[in-house]
Design a protein around this ligand. Structure first.
Ligand code: NIG
Ligand code: FE
Length: 423
């Protein structure tokens, strides 16, 4: 029988186990969390060794000092995968937040040299130690809310040299983090002032930096902001093709506030994900379905900027795989944990609570090309799991802003624990 050093038993276990092929879930499968009542999960040396139900766990061979927790019917599920964050920044944008009422305001502020540029100035002024400390705090709060895999973008450097500084800091965060950190080079977030009269020159410089990013393994993916008044698809495509030729994955901020054909471009580039896609056209959705690109919905930014959120039902109808993320950043989305993203995906985007859970776990793992490693409680995967203080997972979507995540395990080690409910 299998050996274990950790068992969580008497759980409402959500396995999210693949149904046949290891693909993102679409259609009715996207509403199925693989629930097992009176379930258990066992791990050893940081990896899941078995799951089951009832008393079958008693046949496991427990290592000396093994932890066996009776969670008394609480939900145990995979840790969340947050596929889209901008954790590397300094400074907040209180005034902009107070003044802004719409996507039009957001883009006008950016045009006037505020918005992203304000954060770029503050971030440039922050030392390496200051930026690392800020990122650590944000990561800790994400983990306490249940995140065990997180994507972190650069993007507030703009100038390639400064972007590389941020990517090296993200690499340090990744090296010390207890959870899995996936870095992305957001190569074209806004046009730096120095290149105001030379867009092509900027894109050339950003493209030239890709070699160093790939050589030093500073990022897994490359991203760009395709939006009215920022960058259009034709400008971005060569940069992305070069990234792909260097073995980097492609992802895009696409059709967030205006439809610029970003979803279709992401599909053409065989991007791993197309993010925001609130304004994506029916053609864009059909293209995503064909390419198998994951649509990452980010409802926090719709709520905080004040533009219509993506309609999740359209993506479901087109059988486009859906993931959700926090998009944590100082401009458009202050969300610090995935439970808020889940609640907003239901209330604003029309997902069912279980579709939102699939979107926050296994489908988000696919968005980060980790569909075989994370996002499900299956033998052989990392023992990344969370315990909720409820016996019904739908409460995650229902009780907006509450703290349902009481324990977080990453690689089989408990990295966060609140309250005295489970010892
Ligand atoms: O995902 N839209 C582009 N990037 C971020 C916001 C950046 C900012 O305003 O600081 C987003 O919404
Ligand atoms: Fe973003």
């Amino acid at each position: 029988m299998k050996e274990a050093d950790l068992v969580l038993r008497r759980a409402r276990l959500l396995t999210l186990a693949p149904l046949g092929e290891e693909r993102p879930r679409v259609g009715p499968a996207a509403d199925d969390v693989g629930a097992v009542d009176d379930g258990w999960v066992a791990a050893r040396d940081g990896a899941i060794v078995a799951t089951g139900h009832g008393s079958a766990w008693e046949r496991l061979e427990l290592e000396k000092g093994a932890v066996v927790d009776d969670v008394a019917g609480r939900v145990v599920m995979p840790g969340f995968v947050d596929p889209h964050t901008h954790l590397c920044y300094a400074g907040e944008r209180w005034d902009e937040f107070g003044a802004r009422r719409s996507a039009g305001d957001y883009l006008a502020i950016l045009e006037r040299g505020g918005g992203i540029h304000a954060t770029v100035r503050a971030t440039r002024g922050a030392s390496d130690d200051q930026l690392l400390a800020l990122m650590r705090g944000r990561l800790d709060r994400a983990v306490a809310a249940g995140t065990t895999t997180i994507e972190v973008k650069s993007g507030y450097g703009l100038e390639p040299e400064e972007e590389l500084r941020h990517l090296r800091l993200i690499a340090r965060l990744r090296a010390e983090a207890l959870i899995d950190v996936s870095a992305t080079y957001l190569a074209a977030h806004a046009l730096p002032k120095r290149f105001a009269a030379d867009r092509a020159g900027f894109l050339k410089a950003a493209t030239a930096a890709l070699g160093e990013v790939a050589r030093e393994h500073l990022a897994e993916a490359v991203d760009a902001f395709v939006e009215k008044g920022v960058f259009d698809g034709d400008e971005i495509a060569p940069l992305m093709r070069e990234a792909a030729s260097l073995g980097l994955a492609v992802t895009l901020h696409a059709d967030q506030m205006n439809d610029l054909g970003g979803a279709a471009l992401a599909a053409r580039l065989e991007a791993r994900s197309a993010d925001h896609v609130a304004r994506a056209s029916a053609d864009g959705l059909r293209a995503l379905e064909r390419s198998g690109t994951v649509a990452v919905l980010l409802p926090g930014s719709s709520l905080f900027v004040g533009y219509p959120p993506p309609d999740g039902r359209r993506f479901v109808a087109h059988r486009v795989p859906i993931a959700i993320g926090t998009d944590h950043n100082p401009g458009t989305s202050p969300l610090e944990g995935m439970p808020s993203a889940i609640a907003l995906a239901v209330t604003l985007c029309g997902l069912t609570p279980r579709e939102a859970i699939v979107a926050a776990t296994i489908n988000a793992a696919h968005a980060l090309r980790r569909g075989k490693r994370a996002g499900a409680l299956v033998e052989g995967r990392r023992a990344d799991m969370i315990v909720l203080d409820t016996d019904d997972e739908r409460e995650l979507a229902y009780r907006l802003g509450s703290r349902l995540v009481v324990s977080v395990y990453a690689n089989g080690a408990r990295v966060s624990h609140t309250g005295s409910i489970i010892e």
